[in-house]
Design a protein. Structure first.
Length: 357
């Protein structure tokens, strides 16, 4: 009897160890807890809410197969989205739309923020970054109202000064301890967000490389935005955090760019021509440190998280869901495309004022 009980007890030890480790980890690793927010490479999902799956009829405008909640479960910690004003029944609301709301509408900004908050409420040892592309120049009060309505503003971090880069960003432990676990950046704000100081103007705190790339041999580490930086040396001297865009487009009908899924398992891989690992190594060499953020499409492919873990020198991450590296297709899911066809892309983009990354 004693031996049997001993064996039973020993069988649960690995599970107890995993649970304790997960509870003491920050963003899936205990090694990240004491590091400053800017001294971590955060995996970002470019255009996070825009999906290519059964839900959207496998829209060619989608950037990911799995929704924002699953992205977070899998280790993504930066989420970007395009915000557009949509007039419905005489009332203007803020929606998440891919270039145009006639092309792909992922619902309201408030609903998306509620989804993120629900995840953060369940995962209290995680810091999440939201990056909003302010496509229709919504005011800080318009945006702030949606954060307040969703309740996620209660988790938002506000910098000491909205126009000055902190000498040192807080550690994950500090952000978690203060329950200011949401970092929010907006590209861009036309007026200061004095009433909503947690809405940080992206280019006051970050710089990024070029995002429009159709050639896997043509990735660059040079700063592209804000345009006044010009050189890596100037970007480094500015003390801004580096957001490294790393996704590939295809030039399709009429020169319209659609994200390239065919090459994604190389684009997001650790090695190979135009791979994420290769770009991380190159840009780390240019700036003397890894980027603070890496933005990808098709986050599960590669998988992108492997290169990010390597940049962070993290091994044995805990608490993640593994979604595999396969692309979802109409054939494998037995779904017939109903919307989001290339023709729809053409019609919508021709009618749009501008294409926004």
């Amino acid at each position: 009897m004693f031996l049997r009980n001993l064996l039973r007890a020993s069988a649960v030890i690995p599970f107890l160890y995993t649970t304790v480790t997960a509870q003491t980890a920050c963003n899936n690793s205990p090694d990240l807890c004491s590091r400053s927010y800017s001294n971590i490479t955060h995996l970002g999902a470019h255009d996070s809410p825009f999906l290519r799956n059964q839900e959207t009829g496998f829209s060619t405008s989608g950037n990911h197969f799995y929704n924002t909640t699953i992205q977070l479960d899998a280790g993504v910690r930066m989420l970007s989205a395009q915000v557009h004003k949509k007039n419905k029944s005489g009332t203007e609301t803020l929606h998440l739309c891919h270039s145009s709301c006639t092309l792909l509408d992922a619902g309201t900004l408030r609903s998306w923020l509620e989804e993120i908050k629900a995840w953060m409420d369940r995962n209290t040892n995680d810091v999440v970054t939201v990056l909003l592309v302010n496509s229709d120049n919504a005011s800080p009060s318009d945006l702030g109202a949606q954060f307040s309505a969703s309740g996620i503003d209660q988790l938002a971090y506000a910098p000491p000064d909205a126009s000055t880069i902190p000498q040192a960003w807080p550690t994950l432990t500090t952000l978690i301890g203060n329950n200011t676990r949401l970092m929010t950046f907006v590209a861009s704000l036309s007026t200061p967000a004095t009433e909503f100081p947690y809405l940080m103007n992206q280019y006051a705190f970050m710089f990024e490389n070029n995002f429009e790339n159709t050639d896997p041999s043509n990735y660059s580490c040079d700063p592209s935005r804000p345009t006044n930086l010009g050189t890596p040396a100037a970007a480094l001297q500015s003390n801004r955090m580096f957001l490294m865009n790393h996704f590939l487009y295809d030039d399709s009908l009429f020169g319209i760019q659609i994200t390239n899924v065919t090459y994604a398992n190389v684009t997001n891989a650790e090695t190979g021509l135009g791979s994420l690992g290769e770009s991380l190594n190159n840009c780390t060499g240019v700036y003397g440190k890894p980027p603070s953020f890496v933005m990808v499409d098709w986050f599960n492919m590669g998988p992108a998280i492997a290169s990010v873990d390597k940049a962070n020198e993290v091994t044995g991450a805990v608490g993640r869901t593994n979604m595999g590296t396969q692309a979802l297709t109409q054939g494998t899911s037995g779904v017939v495309r109903q919307r989001g066809s290339l023709l729809a892309v053409v019609v919508a983009v021709v009618g749009a004022v501008a294409f926004v990354s």
